[in-house]
Design a protein around this ligand. Structure first.
Ligand code: ADP
Ligand code: MG
Length: 307
């Protein structure tokens, strides 16, 4: 049994919009692995290439190169497709179908047997807490209900791997909590969940591991704690008698206040800062270790370097 439920290797994709527009290189050798049973967050700003990656995984588009394996099989394999449940970024609404009719339609498309289908539909409606609304028309659903129904559709074929594109976007706090709970329940039941998001707290709170994607490349992978461990080590100093701009010690950030100045340094430069302030006859008012958060880390990757 493969322990890697989703493997993406060196994926590249360039779009060729047309004769008079330049090519867009969207995926630039993107790789990551999702392990069995984990909730894996695919985090990055708009335009990073998240949806393009998910479209490649679900074979809506074809990458120029690279490989994708789903549940240990090539993603083009029929059995791999059967094991994967997928929710798109903006699920299509059939306004005049009820939720139940929509799921029936999806089940038939999946080639599910009529006999088991009604029971399976009731089951997934229950799992996403939509049973009470199942016989209302989709046109009357709130955004949160539509999202839950879309999740029900993704769950219909009892997938081993759920692939969800921005499942938490555009929802109010209650809707967010509902969808988050559904993801957690599915993971608790043994389903591997891979989802994209550009919203940090959503990823921070529920993911076992996270990949940070910027401009078509994975910049960092690990648990939130692992990603933060290098980050935890910086200090904030407040001092009087010196101006940050004059200091030779590399500063991560600084601010000149009316009474005192403030600067943030990495742990590697903390002692140098203390020494330099002393050399300059400045007075250190306070020095505190600070834990930066995932947001700081992301900003550094987003603003960063073309590594
Ligand atoms: N069919 C396409 N033709 C040209 N450019 C595209 C196409 N699809 C996506 N892009 C571009 O690829 C980049 C990444 O898009 P996308 O994968 O949707 O990002 P994300 O989901 O991370 O916001 C964007 O700059 C987008 O404009
Ligand atoms: Mg997207």
């Amino acid at each position: 049994m493969a322990d890697i439920q989703l493997e993406v290797r060196d994926l590249r994709k360039t779009f060729h919009p047309g004769l008079f527009e330049s090519d867009v290189e969207v995926l630039k050798g993107l790789s990551f692995e999702v392990r069995r049973g984990e909730i894996f967050g695919f985090l990055g700003p708009n335009g990073a290439g998240k949806t393009t990656t998910i479209k490649a995984i679900t074979e809506i588009i074809f990458p120029d190169s690279g490989s994708i394996r789903v549940c240990g099989l090539p993603h083009t394999d029929l059995e791999a497709k059967r094991r994967l449940g997928f929710m798109t970024e903006s699920p299509y609404i059939y306004r005049h179908l009820t939720g139940r009719e929509f799921l029936r339609f999806c089940g038939e498309l999946l080639g599910m047997q009529r006999s088991g289908l009604e029971e399976r539909i009731s089951r997934v409606l229950d799992e996403v807490a939509m049973d009470a609304h199942a016989d209302r028309k989709m046109g009357a659903y709130s955004k949160g209900m539509l999202q839950r129904l879309a999740l029900a559709q993704a769950l219909l074929g009892e997938p081993d791997l759920l692939v969800l594109d921005e499942p938490l976007s555009g929802l109010d706090p209650v809707g967010r909590r509902d969808v988050r709970d559904i993801i957690l329940q599915q993971a608790a039941a043994g389903t591997t969940v891979f989802f994209s998001s550009h919203i940090i707290p959503d990823v921070e709170t529920i993911c076992d591991r996270v990949a940070i994607i910027v401009e078509g490349r994975v910049r960092a992978v690990g648990s939130v704690a692992e990603l933060m461990s290098d980050e935890a080590e910086c200090s904030e100093a407040t001092f009087v008698g010196a101006v940050p701009a004059d200091l030779r010690t590399p500063l991560l950030a600084s601010h000149v206040g009316s009474d005192a100045s403030w600067a943030r340094v990495s742990s590697a430069h903390r002692d140098a800062l203390i020494q330099e302030l002393a050399d300059r006859g400045a007075r250190l008012v306070s020095l505190n270790p600070v834990r930066s958060n995932l947001e700081d880390l992301l900003m550094r990757h987003y603003e960063g370097e073309g590594s």
